[in-house]
Write a protein of this length. Structure first.
Ligand code: B16
Ligand code: MG
Length: 220
């Protein structure tokens, strides 16, 4: 009998990788409007962070002051148009290694699957990747506090009426792992980042063998 009833997945960096496209879109926007070439090292600060929060972080690092919230929103929308163009060709080949095996394993165990992404483009990407059939629920990040706030992960748990202890969540970003732990959910870190707050960590989901996952969902 498994203790875990729900698995929540982050999108960028776990299901697919859109980090490059997000940062390229910001880079093009900053060159066009401010004549500034963003330092690649800034990318990590925007991972898992909402569109507006990412923009504010990049503006601060670039020492550009904009007080007008309408202008911030307008420029963030422009970045999103560039980003949408960059992801317009995404298909199944962009699914990260090991994802399908993990999703199939969870389905077999009758564990609900939710998407807990900060991205408003998540439903579009899940359709492009042809993964809709796996997801029982996709969190709408609109109006929710950005990760590391727990809002996105708690919304998924509350949607099913479960307790946080009955869920696990997968994340690639520091802000995301913090959000999971702030929601009191078991955190599975994925990828190259340090992610010191994660309960367990794998370089890739291909390293998460079904015997390990079985133990995690039994709460061992
Ligand atoms: P959008 P995740 C995050 O995705 C990205 O890592 C982050 O770079 C982006 O700013 C955020 O989504 C919002 O995305 O502009 O598409 O709404 O890791 O939470 O899946
Ligand atoms: Mg992510």
């Amino acid at each position: 009998m498994s203790k875990i009833k729900l698995a929540i997945f982050d999108l960028d960096g776990v299901i697919t990788s859109t980090t490059e496209e997000h940062f390229k879109a910001w880079t093009l926007l900053f060159i066009k409007h401010f004549g500034i070439r963003l330092d690649q090292d800034l990318e990590v600060y925007t991972k898992g962070v909402s569109r507006i929060e990412s923009f504010k972080i990049l503006l601060k690092h670039s020492k550009v002051d904009i007080d007008d919230m309408k202008l911030i929103e307008c420029l963030a929308n422009e970045k999103n148009e560039i980003y949408k163009e960059l992801i317009s060709e995404f298909n199944e080949s962009k699914i990260c290694p090991g994802v399908i095996d993990v999703l199939n394993f969870l389905k077999q165990k009758n564990i609900k699957i939710a998407l807990g992404s900060a991205s408003k483009n998540a439903p579009y990407l899940i359709r492009s990747l042809k993964l809709e059939q796996y997801f029982d629920y996709i969190v709408d990040p609109t109006g929710k506090n950005s990760k590391p706030a727990p809002d996105i992960f708690l919304d998924a748990v509350n949607h099913f009426g479960y307790d946080p202890e009955e869920a696990i969540a997968f994340e690639d970003a520091e802000a995301g792992v913090k959000a999971i732990k702030n929601a009191h959910i078991f955190a599975i870190g994925v990828g190259d980042e340090d992610l010191k707050d994660a309960d367990v960590k794998f370089k890739s989901l291909t390293d998460l063998k079904s015997s390990i996952l079985e133990n995690i969902i039994r709460g061992n």
